[in-house]
Design a protein around this ligand. Structure first.
Ligand code: GTR
Length: 334
């Protein structure tokens, strides 16, 4: 099944205009107040890292440029806001790789299950040439890739019981982000994939529309999914990073000097993000454990075996396969 087309520009704009929100968002450098969106709430590490980026931007431009963040998905879900960003309706967006998978095939490489051995391996890849190549590939889609942020490890949680083997997943209805890669991933384990935006997960779990989902500790906790899905099984199948992007339309309006400030400020927000992230993982883990959620360790080997079988189907271009080889060659070196 396909994740479906992105919503039309007109529908997206109509939705925003109807909610009256777009009118309040100045952008495209009119008064120097730039907009950024995030599906996560204020206080979440991605939002706070972008806030730091905005502070650096103001400082380094002597206040000519400033950032206004719309957090908590108030301007729509990631796929919709990303499309609006591509044509300059929003200036910045912090997204998961998932909504970029259907736009740019090179992003799939960094979102493959079990491709990264450790967080250090993932960081070494995205901080180096491969990361730059993936970021640069977004430009032809109207986006300037600025930097990667951490996203920890994604694991499965559900309302039924602990998962210890791929067989335990048969027939479970699991939410995934709208990405063919995620759909294939969950199907390769025998579960039913239900693509849906993050903000619908809590209610869908509560109403039994889905049995579970997969995410990292902070999202499992901050979305309150753990209140309903009481089993968290640590498959750690994805160590995929997230991305901070700028609209190319807005970028084109910047001077060369301001572009450099934007790029550097984004890069400079990464170490801050990583320190916030590590602390948040610990905090979220404690909250979830204190609530009595049953957490179990999982032998990843049978999951990796079942899930890496889908790599071939996802890697349709020689360029993708070349990147995968280079990522694999960096294993054990970070
Ligand atoms: C989170 C990620 C979000 C969003 C979410 C999801 O971990 O930070 O950007 O993609 O997962 O599953 O939709």
């Amino acid at each position: 099944m396909s994740a479906g087309p992105l919503i039309s520009r007109r529908a997206a704009l109509a939705g925003l205009a109807a909610s009256g929100l777009l009118a309040g968002c100045s952008s495209r450098l009119g008064d120097g107040l730039l907009t950024s969106v995030d599906t996560h709430v204020n206080g979440y590490p991605t939002v706070e890292a972008v806030r730091r980026f905005g502070e650096l931007l103001s400082e380094r431009t002597g206040g000519r440029l400033a950032l206004r963040i719309y957090a908590g998905g108030q301007l729509g879900n990631e796929r919709d806001t990303l499309e609006i960003t591509t044509f300059g309706g929003l200036d910045f967006n912090r997204v998961n790789l998932a909504p970029l998978n259907s736009i740019e095939p090179l992003t799939i490489v960094a979102a493959l299950p079990f491709i990264f051995e450790t967080t250090e391996h993932m960081r070494a890849v995205v901080d180096g040439e491969i990361g730059e190549e993936i970021l640069a590939s977004l430009e032809r889609h109207g986006l300037i890739g600025l930097c990667f942020y951490d996203s920890g490890a994604r694991s499965f949680y559900n309302t039924r019981g602990p998962i210890t083997r791929p067989e335990d997943m048969r027939g479970l209805k699991l939410r995934v982000p709208g990405s063919d890669l995620y759909i294939d991933m969950v199907r390769s384990l025998g579960a039913d994939a239900v693509p849906m935006p993050l903000d619908e997960v809590y209610q869908s779990l509560a109403q039994g529309v889905i049995d579970g989902a997969e995410n990292n500790w902070p999202s499992f906790e901050s979305g309150r999914h753990f209140e309903v899905a009481r089993y968290y099984s640590l498959t750690r199948h994805l160590l995929a990073p997230e991305v901070f992007v700028m609209s190319k339309a807005s970028w084109d309006d910047l001077s060369a000097a301001d572009r450099e400030i934007v790029r550097q400020s984004a890069k400079d927000s990464v170490p801050y993000m990583r320190s916030l992230w590590d602390a948040q993982v610990e905090k979220s883990r404690e909250i979830v454990l204190a609530s009595g959620v049953e957490v179990n360790e999982v032998d990843p080997a049978p999951f990796a075996e079942a899930m890496t079988g889908m790599w071939d189907a996802s890697l349709t271009l020689p360029r993708q396969r070349e990147l995968v080889e280079r990522i694999m060659a960096m294993r054990g070196t970070a």
